[in-house]
Design a protein. Structure first.
Length: 270
C-alpha cells in the first residue's frame, strides 16, 4: 500500500513534482495531468513517476453526469469521457467521479437518488462513458457517497454486476458511507465487509476521519485522520490482506500542515 496526498508547493517539471512527493513521504499521487490540454506534458511526469516509484492514483472527473439539465448532463458526460481518456493515457489507477444527483446541487442529495430510476441511469451513463473510451490500462470508478449510489458495499457490488464492463472498478471512501449512528459505531465491521465484497475491484482509496457531534439531529463531520472515530488500523489491515499496491489518498484537509499531520498518523500505522 502507498500513502498519497495533494502537494501544495509549486512545481514546473515532473522531476520537481516527484521530489515533492518524496519529500513528504508520498508514494502515490493525484494526477498532475488533469485535462487533455495538458497531455503534451505527460511523458515528463510519467518518467518522473517511474524514476521515483510513484503511482498515479486517480484522475478526477468531478461533475454531475445525471444533471436534470440536458445540456449540462451532456457536457458533464463528455468531461467524464475526456478524464477517463487522460487517465488511460497516463496509466493512472483509475478515473473517479460521483454517480451524480437527480436534484439541484451537483454532489447533493434528492428524493430520487436512491430509486431504481437513478440506479438504471447510473448503469446507462457509466456504460456510455466506458464504451466511448474503451480504456486499456485504467478503470472508471464511482466514489461511495452517503446519499447516492453506491452508498455501501452491497450497492457497489450491484452496480459492478449491472454495468458489466471489465474496466469498471471500485473507488473506496468508506467514511462517506458512515451516514447513521449505527454505522458510526460499527466501522470495523463495515470496513471488513467492504473488503470482503469489493477487494478484488478496488483501485484507489480515500482516507479521512469522521466525528459525530452531540447536536441534534445526527451530524457527522470530516476531520483530520487520527482525531475521530474511523478505525484506520482496521482499514490498513484489510488493505494489507489484498497484497496489492493500493493507493491510500488523503483529501479534504485545509492546509499543508494538516496533510502532514494526517500523513504522519497514517504512516505510523503502516
Amino acid at each position: 500500500m502507498r500513502l498519497g496526498a495533494p502537494v501544495f508547493d509549486k512545481y514546473e517539471t515532473g522531476e520537481e513534482w516527484a521530489l515533492l512527493h518524496q519529500k513528504y513521504g508520498y508514494r502515490a499521487a493525484y494526477s498532475p495531468i488533469n485535462s487533455k490540454n495538458d497531455l503534451d506534458k505527460k511523458d515528463d511526469f510519467i518518467k518522473a513517476a517511474e524514476k521515483y516509484d510513484i503511482i498515479i492514483a486517480e484522475v478526477g472527473a468531478w461533475s454531475n453526469p445525471m444533471s436534470l439539465d440536458a445540456e449540462e448532463r451532456k457536457k458533464n458526460i463528455e468531461h467524464c469521457k475526456n478524464q477517463l481518456f487522460v487517465a488511460d493515457e497516463i496509466g493512472a489507477e483509475c478515473c473517479v467521479n460521483i454517480a451524480g444527483n437527480l436534484g439541484e446541487r451537483w454532489d447533493g442529495h434528492s428524493n430520487k437518488n436512491l430509486t431504481k430510476e437513478a440506479f438504471d441511469l447510473i448503469v446507462e451513463t457509466t456504460r456510455e462513458i466506458i464504451d466511448s473510451i474503451k480504456p486499456k490500462r485504467t478503470f472508471y470508478t464511482l466514489e461511495m457517497m452517503p446519499w447516492m449510489y453506491p452508498t455501501d458495499e452491497d450497492s457497489y457490488l450491484d452496480l459492478i454486476k449491472a454495468v458489466d464492463r471489465e474496466h469498471f472498478a471500485a473507488h473506496i471512501d468508506i467514511a462517506n458511507t458512515i451516514n447513521s449512528p449505527v454505522r458510526y459505531y460499527s466501522t470495523p465491521d463495515i470496513i471488513k465487509s467492504c473488503f470482503k465484497k469489493l477487494g478484488r475491484y478496488i483501485r484507489s482509496i480515500h482516507v479521512k476521519d469522521i466525528f459525530m457531534s452531540q447536536d441534534m439531529t445526527t451530524h457527522i463531520s470530516e476531520i483530520i485522520a487520527g482525531k475521530g472515530n474511523f478505525n484506520h488500523r482496521c482499514l490498513i489491515e484489510e488493505v494489507r490482506k489484498l497484497n496489492k499496491d493500493i493507493p491510500l489518498m488523503l483529501e479534504h484537509l485545509a492546509s499543508k500542515e494538516e496533510y502532514i499531520e494526517a500523513g504522519d498518523y497514517i504512516k505510523s500505522l503502516f
